[in-house]
Design a protein around this ligand. Structure first.
Ligand code: COA
Length: 182
């Protein structure tokens, strides 16, 4: 062993003791406790995490990029070694430019698998030096998605325990009412 691994940017040898940096990409419209759970778990594996908001996804987000960045920054401000950013390029190009060796993704259920598998293989085709790592979301968050949170909030459903406080406030602001009393 020569203590070297392949660098994502150059494909050449890199010190194995180098910082382990992962990019956790997504739409984050908005960030939920499920995302935060993956970030927490990721921090146990990686030295640094870059939480990267995709600007040009196939989705039509409710919140602007600036709002999504703000909610993420507020939600993650207590977490060390996390940087919040946005990107507008191929994910693997963004990761390589940031010196990240890994893309981190969360898996909630079997239904996520096919899409994630396809994306991971495509990303590997695009840059074989960047690996995708999947982490299982905690059971408490297995049923959450950003869409379901928005839908529930829109009709007055209480999402307080499912999203960070700043997101809860933003949703209230956006939909003009608080939770329906149970
Ligand atoms: N907890 C709760 N919800 C979670 C979750 C978790 N741990 N993990 C994923 N989700 C939800 C998200 O909220 C989202 O819900 P929604 O569909 O209701 O909005 C859904 O699962 C999946 O979204 P997300 O994880 O944000 O990924 P995405 O599919 O929106 O993002 C990109 C995909 C941005 C990573 C991908 O399109 C990309 O890389 N784009 C850049 C361009 C590129 O390189 N394309 C080629 C890629 S092969």
């Amino acid at each position: 062993m020569n203590g070297l691994i392949s660098s994502p940017r150059t494909g050449k040898g890199q010190d194995m003791d180098a910082e382990r940096i992962a990019v956790y990409p997504g739409t984050f419209d908005p960030v939920t406790n499920g995302h935060c759970d993956i970030i927490n778990r990721g921090l146990k594996i990686f030295d640094r995490l870059i939480v990267a908001v995709a600007v040009n996804g196939s989705k039509t987000p409710l919140f602007s990029v600036e709002e999504r960045l703000y909610m993420l920054t507020e939600s993650l401000k207590e977490m060390p070694n996390v940087k919040v950013d946005s990107f507008n390029t191929l994910l693997v190009d963004y990761a390589a430019a940031r010196g990240a060796q890994t893309i981190l993704r969360g898996l909630r259920a079997v239904s996520d698998f096919e899409y994630e598998f396809q994306m991971a293989l495509m990303n590997r085709k695009l840059n074989k030096n960047i690996q995708t790592v999947f982490l299982m979301t905690g059971m408490r968050w297995i049923f959450i998605s950003s869409s379901i949170i928005k839908e529930a909030s829109q009709f007055g459903g209480d999402t307080q325990k499912l999203v960070p406080p700043v997101v809860y406030e933003k949703l209230k602001e956006r939909f003009g009412h608080g939770p329906v009393a149970s």
